[in-house]
Design a protein around this ligand. Sequence first.
Ligand SMILES: Cc1cc2nc3c(=O)[nH]c(=O)nc-3n(C[C@H](O)[C@H](O)[C@H](O)COP(=O)(O)O)c2cc1C
Length: 437
Amino acid sequence: MVDKRFHLAWFMNFTPDEWREPFGQGGNPWDGQFYIEMAQAMERACFDLIMIEDKLMVPETFGGSRDLSLKHAMMVPKADPAPLAVAMGMATKHLGVVATLSTMAYPPFMLARLCSTIDSLTKGRFGWNVVTSAEDLMAKNFGMDKLPPREDRYAMAEEYLEVCDKLFNSWEPDAVVLDRANGIYADGSKVHTIDHDGTYYKVRGPLNTVPSPQRRPVYLQAGASPRGRDFAARYADAIVSVANGVEGMKAFRADIRARAVALGRDPDEIKVFFCITPSLGETEEEARARFDRVTLSDNFVNDVLISISAITEIDFAQFDLDQPLPEKLVTNGESGTLDKFQQWGSGKTLRQLAAAGGGGLVSSLELIGTPSQVAQKMGEAMEEVGGDGFLITTPVLRVSRRYITEICDGLVPELQRRGLTRTEYKHQLLRDNLREF
Ligand SMILES: Cc1cc2nc3c(=O)[nH]c(=O)nc-3n(C[C@H](O)[C@H](O)[C@H](O)COP(=O)(O)O)c2cc1C
């Protein structure tokens, strides 16, 4: 029988839940409990992993100040993903937990040590979403006046990963002896300095943690530019992407696989996850009405504009909401997201673009309907694309317990009944679960 299965992952962040909405949790998730329970729901539904987004600044681009971001709790407050990944990992047994950590923020030694520690704490279920950051405001928190250009950030990130790999391998696999009788914990002849002295980093090593179950975390990446795609094809175990429809998904995956082959990698080692934001209801009409009610609201339009302003550092408050954008915009930040958002040439007003963000900005497909209709469409799309999985999220990443339940107890059982997604975990390590199919 043909294995039609694809992987499921969820993309969220450590920010307030849908605090303003009738089914929200009130906006106080800081003890982690709400998200721990979310991770447990994901595990019940046999998701491969949950991935925590991150940014390292208080946005102040929209309207030229912090006020609106803070008022709407949009992209701020945002707590550190690493401790949450640990908490979620320790409250589950099989689910992969992935934290976003920026190469522009951590010295590589600290990052390698953190990843190694979390991978041990989660018994081999940790992943690192490798990002190079996108904002000058972030750079100002780390001793820089502005962020280096994209090309330089990727050049730095390549050397960064080289350093991390050397650190993860600075202990030979059998360096830990743990021989109680002879009083030997580790064999010094099997733990080595790395003596890295490169263009951007100088690190002596060795790492001071034992090799973790996966040795290195699973690497996730989201490169969209040609340089970013090469970077991802070279290093990533999984790639997350927002594509335009089935054709866009198919083209993106084929491009990544071709780049991987050109770099001498087995393309099946890389799983491409496409972002989607399913909107569910008891009937298609109900799902559509709920979707429209959310995305046409002033709050939603504001949230999308604050968010797109923050990650592109373009102040969208300067443009008339009821006119098309005056010119094609460019950014040194998240350019792919900007291009998807501005739909240049479509003639849509800014308000329409923001509303379209509900279904398009972070969604590769329009998925509005009953669980059965959405499952059907996901299955057809994946078959056409050829694999590998979907990354479920919401337009501005906010979640409610109700939405989590709709996905985990409505949509996923439909997918499982069709033989499209996992019904059990076969392996202990996240990397092995990703490579199972
Ligand atoms: C699904 C998805 C998740 C992302 N998560 C983050 C994140 O948490 N933090 C971040 O700084 N950038 C994040 N990014 C941005 C990417 O890391 C990257 O900067 C962006 O895709 C642009 O890549 P490019 O410069 O190669 O075009 C994400 C992108 C996508 C598509």
